[in-house]
Design a protein around this ligand. Structure first.
Ligand SMILES: Nc1nc2c(ncn2[C@@H]2O[C@H](COP(=O)(O)OP(=O)(O)OP(=O)(O)O)[C@@H](O)[C@H]2O)c(=O)[nH]1
Length: 404
């Protein structure tokens, strides 16, 4: 069996054209994704590179060799650049750019060499440029988007096939007297190498879409500034926790946390400092919660916490810790001045014996928060309305020692 190289090349050209068109369509919607732009340029370079290799019947052979192989090197480099952007948000390392420059120089220097030696060494140049792309996905992207694994595997396959091609060419000069020569060894290695690179191209598009879908999901459920859940997600999680608490016959605590005199922070130190305080506050609270607790921003400088399986005394203990930690928080404004902040908390507890809706529990926590604000701020108050008889009201002055 022999493989007809011009036909393979035509198939590869059509494949890369299809991929490039697909990327062009994707880019119209996702034009702010530098990794996709880089990958698209890589595809154009690969497409042009193969076109140049195929065009040696009409253009001078030296031009076809230099431009064809140089553009393929550039295409692989752009693929790697896209992966650096996507996974590390970093530019290409200088040594990789130097490796690309050396490869192109090598291609020019080897123009007069026999075809089999040139094929072997140029294939190794491709391998050198492919390996960092595989390594970066294995090290930094293996547990990210699943399609990235396909990118790593296909690019790894391409590197192996090109390595085999290099050895095969070196050992079988007769099969490599001309690029378009029909031979099984040259045909198979050529096909494997460049089909794999094309496969990586399609997998990368899927990986970008996977990432965009995850980011959209996060945007819909999370608060952009603090990274915690948003109001609608908190509401849904509270209803879910109450339902579970009823089934398991365990209490559920709900807390509203509100920063005290936050307007003053904005007025005195500026909005950017206000934002930094909100982020530091979210971090401080999150550090003290269990994995099963739910924490989110309900609006402005107000946050909600759902504590499943936690009664009033457990919740108060936690809230006093949070209150103390927020008081001790060290945030500096843009010119280095310390910013002090305190937090008030309103707690309401759902008794599994008397079911309550999420909305009503929220309302109770809000009333407790109102009491905390009017009682002097920097304190924790527990809802003590007639309906909440199961859990006794517990009040502790700011800074009071809480029983462990
Ligand atoms: N920097 C920043 N400020 C915000 C954000 N959301 C809301 N705010 C500000 O938070 C402040 C809330 O002010 P108020 O509702 O008067 O509450 P407060 O000053 O904390 O007073 P008390 O709650 O009564 O202690 C307003 O100045 C809002 O502009 C945000 O995302 N970033």
């Amino acid at each position: 069996m022999t493989l007809h190289i011009p036909t393979l090349m035509l198939a590869l050209l059509l494949g890369f054209l299809l991929l490039t068109l697909e990327l062009g369509v994707a880019l119209r919607r996702l034009h702010n994704r530098p990794e996709l732009r880089s990958w698209t340029w890589g595809c154009w370079a690969l497409f042009a590179g193969f076109a140049m290799l195929a065009a040696r019947v009409v253009v001078p052979v030296w031009l076809s060799i230099v431009l064809g192989n140089g553009l393929i090197c550039l295409g692989i480099l752009m693929y790697t650049r896209a992966l650096y952007r996507m996974l590390l948000d970093a530019p290409l390392p200088r040594w990789l750019i130097a490796a690309f420059g050396t490869s192109v120089l090598g291609i020019v220097v080897m123009l007069s060499w026999p075809m089999h030696q040139r094929t072997a060494i140029v294939s190794m140049f491709f391998v050198v440029l492919l390996v960092p792309a595989v390594a970066i996905v294995v090290r930094h992207g293996w547990s990210a988007e699943r399609s990235l694994r396909t990118v790593a595997v296909t690019m790894g396959l391409a590197a192996v096939a090109l390595g085999v091609r290099a050895v095969h060419a070196w050992l079988n000069p007769g099969d490599y007297t001309d690029l378009l020569q029909a031979s099984l060894g040259q045909g198979l290695t050529f096909l494997m190498s460049f089909l794999s690179i094309m496969g990586a191209g399609f997998a990368f598009v899927l990986a970008v879409f996977e990432r965009v879908a995850l980011q959209m999901e996060k945007l819909a459920t999370h608060d952009g500034l603090t990274g915690c859940l948003n109001r609608s997600t908190i509401d849904a999680m509270l209803s879910h926790a109450l339902e579970r608490g009823r089934r398991d016959r365990s209490p559920v605590s709900f807390v509203l946390l509100d920063l005290d005199h936050f307007k003053l922070v904005n007025d005195q130190h500026g909005h950017r400092t206000g934002d930094a305080v909100l982020r530091a506050f979210a971090r401080t609270v999150r550090e003290r919660l269990r994995a099963s607790d739910v924490f989110g921003r309900t609006g402005g400088e107000e946050f909600g916490v759902v504590l499943p399986g936690t009664d009033a005394s457990g919740a108060r203990r936690l809230l006093e810790q949070v209150r103390g930690a927020v008081e001790a928080m060290q945030v500096r404004d843009t010119i280095g001045h310390p910013v002090r902040i305190t937090v008030s908390a309103g707690l309401a507890v759902a008794d599994p014996a008397s079911p309550i809706s999420g909305d009503r529990l929220y309302g109770r926590a809000d009333r407790a928060l109102y009491e905390a604000k009017h009682g002097g701020r920097n304190r924790v108050e527990t809802y003590s309305g007639a309906e909440s008889g199961f859990f006794a009201q517990e009040k502790a002055p700011a800074g009071a020692k809480v029983p462990q």
